[in-house]
Ligand binder design. Structure first.
Ligand code: NI
Length: 167
C-alpha cells in the first residue's frame, strides 16, 4: 500500500468524511502530525495534517501548483517509526485541495506546514521520505530498521521466500 499511487477521489462522499475522521483519530492516537490514507490501507488521495501554529488541514486530491525555495530539515514517518533523516523540501508551496464541502481551495504554506503537506502528498504517490535521502544514508537507516523491527509485525514487515511459503 505504501508504495502504491493512490487514486483520485471522484467525490466527497460520506465514506470519505468517515475516512478523514478516522485519519485524524489514528494520527492523534499515534501522536503524529500527518497521516495519509494509504498508510491505513486505503489507496485514495486523502491525508490529514495537524502541525503547531497552523489550523489543521484536510487534503483531498491535493496538487502543488507553485513552489519556491529549498529548505532541509529532519523528517520521520508513522509508517517507519524510529527512523529520521534530513530531507530537502520546497520552502514555500501553493497547494490546491478539495475541502470537505467539495469545493477546491488554494493555500499558501511556508516552512513546516509546507514540509508536512509535501510529505503527505509524497505518500499519495507511493514515495517515502527515505527516497529523498542519499543511498548511503538510506542503506544505513534500513539496516537500523531491520534490527529494530526484528520479529515484529507491521505494515512494512519484510516478506522473504521462506516466510511466504510457511504455514
Ligand atoms: Ni509519513
Amino acid at each position: 500500500m505504501l508504495r502504491q499511487r493512490a487514486d483520485e477521489v471522484p467525490e466527497v462522499t460520506d465514506e470519505i468524511l468517515a475516512l478523514v475522521a478516522d485519519l485524524f483519530d489514528t494520527m492523534y492516537a499515534a501522536e503524529g502530525i500527518g497521516l495519509a490514507a494509504n498508510q491505513v490501507g486505503v489507496t485514495q488521495r486523502v491525508a490529514v495534517v495537524d502541525v503547531e501554529d497552523h489550523p489543521r488541514m484536510v487534503l483531498i486530491n491535493p496538487v502543488i501548483v507553485e513552489q519556491e525555495g529549498k529548505t532541509r530539515s529532519e523528517e520521520g514517518c508513522l509508517s517507519i517509526p524510529d527512523l529520521f533523516g534530513d530531507v530537502d523540501r520546497a520552502e514555500l508551496i501553493v497547494v490546491e485541495t478539495t475541502l470537505l464541502d467539495g469545493t477546491r481551495q488554494r493555500n499558501e504554506l511556508k516552512n513546516f506546514p509546507a514540509r508536512a503537506v509535501q510529505h503527505e502528498i509524497d505518500h499519495m504517490d507511493g514515495v517515502l521520505f527515505l527516497d529523498h535521502l542519499g543511498v548511503l544514508k538510506r542503506r544505513m537507516l534500513l539496516k537500523k530498521w531491520k534490527k529494530l523491527r526484528k520479529g515484529t509485525t507491521g505494515y512494512l514487515k519484510e516478506a522473504s521466500p521462506a516466510s511466504a511459503s510457511g504455514p
